[in-house]
Design a binder for this molecule. Structure first.
Ligand SMILES: [Zn+2]
Length: 234
């Protein structure tokens, strides 16, 4: 058994596993998520302010249109008033004109309120839009930092993978199979070291007879820890 190669392979695989675990926990991931959320909130606020501005503009237009219609009607009634002779008819027309004037007053109030709302909405929108370039720049910077961090891990992983290939090339197919089985069985760490009389995998002491068994294993065989079953490299 090529004990040194198995230990090296185990160390490489452990380091590769650590990189996989590290990726989602990078500080850059959290920073990127925070910048994304901030920008999303900002864009939602901008959309809400735009909606408020549009609603105010529509209300102003509606009030102006209704007011223009009433003015047309009043002009018609005023022309009619000049031609009537019967006082009762004139009175009825004047009453109608007064009603129109009062309705127009109500529309003017509506338009003023909508103008206020428009002014406030536009001021809010302008302030929010001013924050947008900063938010976008922050997200771009966070993404760049995340990409840099991931590229660093990619490079580490590539270097480890190259070393892994050369370690694997030094093992027989049986040794490699056995290694992969115990690695899967023990959740990633299938190779332990014999440290004095104890196994670095399960931390159990081997009896003198077990120790002799491990130490006297023939060169071609892969000794296992009699306690936990990990490959025991000497
Ligand atoms: Zn053990």
């Amino acid at each position: 058994m090529n004990a040194a190669t198995l230990i090296a392979l185990q160390e490489i695989d452990t380091a590769l596993d650590a990189i996989v675990n590290k990726r989602p926990r990078l500080a850059e991931v959290a920073a990127h998520q925070a910048a994304t959320a901030t920008l999303k909130t900002l864009r939602a606020s901008i959309a809400a302010a735009e909606g408020r501005v549009a609603a105010a503009q529509a209300a102003i237009e509606a009030a102006e249109h209704a007011s223009a219609e009433l003015t047309k009607k009043r002009t018609r009634l005023e022309a009619q008033l000049k031609t009537v002779i019967a006082p009762r008819e004139a009175e009825a027309l004047m009453h109608e004109i007064a009603t129109i004037n009062s309705q127009r007053g109500g529309l003017d109030d509506d338009e003023l309120a909508a103008l206020d709302s428009l002014g406030e909405g536009e001021a809010t929108l302008a302030a929010l839009q001013a924050d947008l370039p900063g938010g976008e720049a922050q997200l771009a910077a966070a993404l760049a930092a995340l990409n840099t961090a991931n590229a660093g891990l990619d490079a580490e992983a590539a270097e480890l993978s190259a070393r892994r290939e050369s370690s694997v090339a030094q093992l027989t197919p049986d040794e490699l199979n056995h290694y992969q089985q115990v690695r899967a069985q023990f959740g990633g760490v299938g190779v332990a070291r014999l440290e004095g009389s104890h196994c670095s995998g399960c931390h159990m002491d081997l009896s003198p007879a077990e120790l002799d068994g491990v130490k006297s294993a023939p060169a071609g065989e892969v000794p296992e820890c009699p306690q936990c079953g990990r490959i025991l490299a000497r």
